[in-house]
Design a protein around this ligand. Sequence first.
Ligand SMILES: C[S@@+](CC[C@H](N)C(=O)[O-])C[C@H]1O[C@@H](n2cnc3c(N)ncnc32)[C@H](O)[C@@H]1O
Length: 346
Amino acid sequence: MTPAAGEPPCDTPAGSVRKHAPQRPAGLGGVSSLDLAAELLHRLQAMSDPPLVLGEPETRAGLLLQRTLERALDSHSNRVSRTRYRDLFATFHVSLGSAKPALADATYVDLGCGATNPLGASFLFLAAGARRAIAIDADPPEDSGEALRLLADLAALLFVDPGAIVGEQPLTLASLLANLQGFDLAKLRAGDQRGLAWGRLEHRHDRAEALSLADGEADVVMSNAFLEHVAAVDAVLAELARVTRSGGLGVHVIDGRDHRSLVDPSIHRLAFLELPATEQLVHACNRVRPHEFARRFERAGFTVVELVPFERVDPEPIRSRLAPPFAQMAREELAVTMAKLVVRRR
Ligand SMILES: C[S@@+](CC[C@H](N)C(=O)[O-])C[C@H]1O[C@@H](n2cnc3c(N)ncnc32)[C@H](O)[C@@H]1O
């Protein structure tokens, strides 16, 4: 006899506790995944006081959901996923070729580290061998305890399979243990800041225009989707020149797209260039093009090692609507909407 949907197969022994998928309820097919997730989250949170005790069917369904979500959320857009960490390490280290800095003894600065996973990139570089890392943002961490717990999660990912994150970079379990010396992962797992290795990793609540770093303190300054958001670009580049040691490196990913186009594909990547250039920030972006950033870094005391375009668009369909000086820009300057800029302090 064929078992009914959601029922264990006939040959399952009595007493089996295998995790059979729960039956799909009728009537919920039209509800969006976001609404379903919000409803589930709301229910679970509402049941947390007094503490939630799930029955066996809910526990089994929850486990299946947990595993399925783990796979579904391992994507670049998830700032705490293995894929995100792998992309980050590839962009800010592996792909630098001969410009790749030595990690040992290096001080890394993650400028504009964000509020969601503010310490993640810094911790990753410490785990890979850097001596010290400083994460800086004008926005405080969204949840300080969670920011620490995420480090324990990242450590777990690295211990299980370092190569899945750092690629070809040699990172044995022994060197990982040595690199994370001073960190107490159990305390980090509990969101306790005493788990941080003293003097090796810190968060600073600074504005990039006036950093609390000493002159020449940084060996490497990295930033991801940060430079396009600053209003006083030259003041920030002057600070980067001050805090980077001579010969030190800057690696900056600049997202020069109209950020509205990230959520609404009907908006052209360059649509924000239609507004007068006198507007300093438009939709939270300064609109300085990646090639112009390269020239300004040169003027601020850096040598451009490379500009790597990440995305190009055709600017011609929109050119006639652009405000000056954007309308008159060379095709390539407009075409590159997102790029990595690698610069060396002279
Ligand atoms: C798009 S987020 C990028 C966050 C992070 N790097 C990431 O990739 O997820 C830009 C960050 O830049 C920060 N920021 C913008 N202007 C700043 C300034 N003048 N000084 C310091 N941080 C600034 C914002 O607070 C925000 O966290």
